[in-house]
Design a protein around this ligand. Structure first.
Ligand code: CP
Ligand code: NVA
Length: 308
């Protein structure tokens, strides 16, 4: 069964095939309105459950639109409205859902929930973000980089800020797609060692640097994300803001990167905190393409999951 749970657990050649398929499907839709179906309807007759235990704008809408463009149908469910939030086990939920739907996308808190869903479901399960990783986002980010700058292999990606779930999937992608990765942020918010080791074992050069300007030097891509994630306690907000302020991505920091460097942010962004509006709306930024590419990347992921 092709579950799409994480970048490091998906074969590198399969990841490459998914990116190529996404690019081809995007190309084939040029000039079409969003509601127009694709020429091919590989999800015709398929039902997809999109389950959210956390808020979402991009993941929710891009999966829903993507399924419909490919001829399938969706139901968008919130975890709290399901028995999932009221004591029914994940395993039992997985068994029941598998009798109704052909594919499950789940955004949740602890990654054990998605792992258990995948273990007991008899249909593919896609990780739509956990506290620990966000693989669909990074597939869209790789697609976006390559659209603008060609192969990402051998490039230098710099992550500034919190070594969070999105950073984790980026590090895994460094190993799988063969690019170098520098993290710059305070030591207490370093990415997990496991992901650093994974990328290094695959041959990527991974650096952890405390000085943001030195880290960004020569970067092909600068990435950041919110300083406080959905699973973080709001009580940490003030301390994190103080710790992370030196790692704000602003014009001065972007000036140290390569002149043709790109800037990415998975969004939602907190303007003037982790990134300034001047960078978000400036010449390096590809954030809107990045958001659009969630749609194309996830369509390719769903096709891969279903083998259609
Ligand atoms: N980037 C991302 O996953 O956005 P949403 O939280 O809006 O889905
Ligand atoms: N790190 C963020 C990503 C949101 C898409 C969070 O988990 O809240």
């Amino acid at each position: 069964m092709n579950h799409f749970l994480d970048i490091h657990t998906t074969d590198a050649a399969e990841l490459r095939a998914i990116i190529d398929s996404a690019a081809a499907m995007k190309q084939a839709r040029q000039g079409r309105h969003k509601g127009e179906p694709d020429d091919q309807q590989p999800l015709k007759g398929r039902m997809v459950a999109l389950i959210f235990e956390k808020p979402s704008t991009r993941t929710r809408v891009s999966f829903d639109v993507g399924v419909r463009q490919m001829g399938g149908q969706t139901m968008v469910l919130s975890g709290s409205e399901m028995q999932l939030g009221h004591g029914e086990t994940i395993a039992d939920t997985a068994r029941v859902l598998s009798r109704y739907v052909d594919l499950i996308m789940l955004r949740t808190f602890d990654e054990s929930v998605i792992q258990e869903m995948a273990e007991y479901a008899s249909v593919p399960v896609i990780n739509g973000l956990t506290n620990r990783t966000h693989p669909c986002q990074i597939m869209a980010d790789v697609l976006t980089f390559e659209e603008h700058r060609g192969p990402i292999a051998g490039k230098k990606v710099v992550w500034a800020g919190d070594g969070n779930n999105v950073c984790a999937s980026f590090l895994q992608a460094a190993g799988q797609f063969g690019f170098d990765f520098t993290f710059t942020g305070p030591q207490t918010l370093d990415p997990e060692d496991a992901w650093v080791r994974f990328a290094r074992d695959k041959g990527s050069e991974v650096r952890i640097m405390r000085d943001p300007a030195a880290a960004v030097e020569g970067a092909d891509l600068v990435v950041t994300d919110t300083w406080v994630s959905m699973h973080d306690s709001q009580s940490t907000k003030e301390r994190r803001h103080n710790q992370l302020r030196p790692y704000q991505v602003n014009e001065a920091l972007m000036a140290v990167a390569r002149p043709d460097a790109l800037f990415m942010h998975c969004l939602p962004a907190h303007r003037e905190d982790e990134v300034t509006s001047a960078v978000m709306d400036g010449p390096h930024s590809v954030i809107w393409d990045e958001a659009e590419n969630r749609l194309h990347a996830q369509k390719a992921i769903m096709r891969w999951c279903l083998g259609v």
